[in-house]
Design a protein around this ligand. Structure first.
Ligand SMILES: Nc1ncnc2c1ncn2[C@@H]1O[C@H](COP(=O)(O)OP(=O)(O)OP(=O)(O)O)[C@@H](O)[C@H]1O
Ligand SMILES: [Mg+2]
Length: 354
């Protein structure tokens, strides 16, 4: 593989696998290959793969069916087993930092340091204060290894393992840019988790994953409306459509309001914590993505709770679909769920992020 060639982005989510391969034209990236494969409930629980054979088979099928021949892939991990913290250390050389970083991680990361991979990024050098700001990232080795092993068993070559929050930021940087004077949040609300990333001065300053999302919402419809899971899922997706009100029980909308409000509350707690601890005084906007961001009730709840503007971003907004091989209707229908896979598909360096 040439160093510069983009990898295939493979996002193994709780409810589906998303695969994107980009090609580069003079005008920028275009989507060259696309795969979407739903996973049965209980295949992945709390980000742990319970049925690895099902994931391996889904990956193999998705690569074959969608004629994806490149096997060099980028994966990502997320959830409670990934932590990032912005820390300040005295100015030192890279060699010194490489030595020091394990010790810093022990002080700042609430995991047993033996179980995690640690990485860092220098955010800012402040020679006048004799200090530098770092983003410290730790991910549990078990989870990384699980995903890497599964990809290998599906005959893929995982070259990069990133974390969801950073891959989405990567995509956002491409589609919107990261204005250095602004502090804003990007929140990916999927099926089982909401990943919050606060971007400040052009880089991530805070990340947190909250266990809440679309699956929990559907389960609440099951309980409170008294319908099977499949039907509850259909009702939820129908409620995201304009003019849905006339055909659905009012209770469905009440449940959606309640769960969206609790997700918005979690987001708000993170924004408050960041403002209280970072020295920053203002967050300008909350950008939303992920499958659950299809519900307009989520953006409204976030605006109500945070009193900030919110916007649902369309991951494909600057990435045209450029291949006859792609099921365009499916790609557009699933567009909001593609941020992680697209961000991964922009990775090309042969390095491990976590
Ligand atoms: N049109 C829609 N309206 C409402 N909800 C939707 C819609 N499309 C997808 N969803 C919900 O979005 C969730 C899937 O989103 P996504 O693919 O981002 O999550 P995931 O990656 O599978 O999960 P996680 O990130 O938690 O591991 C499901 O709960 C699904 O019900
Ligand atoms: Mg996801």
């Amino acid at each position: 593989m040439s160093e510069g060639k983009p990898l295939v982005g493979v996002d193994i989510g709780a409810t589906s696998i998303k695969i994107c391969q980009l090609k580069e034209a003079r005008s920028g990236f275009a989507l060259a290959k696309f795969g979407y494969c739903p996973l049965e409930p209980q295949t992945i629980v709390d980000r742990h793969v319970m049925n690895s054979q099902a994931v391996i088979e889904a990956l193999q099928r998705a690569f074959t069916d969608n004629k994806i021949s490149q096997r060099d892939v980028a994966l990502s991990v997320s959830g409670q087993s990934v932590i990032s913290r912005k820390i300040t250390v005295p100015i030192m050389t890279i060699a010194e930092l490489d030595e020091q970083i394990q010790w810093e991680a022990e002080n700042h990361i609430p995991f047993d340091i033996k179980d995690v991979n640690v990485d860092y990024e220098i955010l800012r050098r402040r020679p006048e204060a004799g200090q530098m700001d770092l983003l410290l990232v730790a991910a549990k080795r078990d989870e990384i290894n699980d995903f890497v092993q599964i990809a290998r068993q599906a005959k893929l070559r995982p070259l990069v393992v990133d974390i969801d929050a950073f891959t989405i930021q990567n995509l956002f940087e491409y589609t919107r840019g990261l204005p250095p004077e602004q502090t804003f949040a990007i929140v990916n609300v999927g099926a089982t988790q909401a990943s919050i990333n606060i971007v400040s001065r052009g880089s991530s300053a805070f990340t947190r994953d909250v266990a809440n999302g679309g699956t929990y919402l559907t389960e609440q419809i099951v309980k409170q409306v008294g319908v099977p899971f499949e039907q509850a899922e259909e009702m939820k997706c129908a409620a995201a459509q304009p003019l849905a009100a006339s055909t659905l029980p009012a209770k469905v909308f009440q449940v959606i309001e309640t769960v969206c409000d609790s997700i918005a509350g979690e987001i708000q707690r993170s924004l408050d914590f960041f403002l209280a601890t970072s020295g920053e005084d203002r967050i300008s906007k909350v950008y939303l993505t992920g499958g659950t961001a299809n519900l307009p009730q989520l953006a409204s709840a976030v605006e109500r709770r945070s009193r900030l503007a919110s916007e649902v971003i369309a991951p494909l907004e600057r990435i045209p679909i450029d291949s006859k091989d792609i099921n365009q209707e499916l790609a557009r229908q699933r567009a909001s769920q593609l941020s992680v896979a697209l961000g991964l598909a922009m990775r090309r360096m042969k390095e491990k992020r976590v």
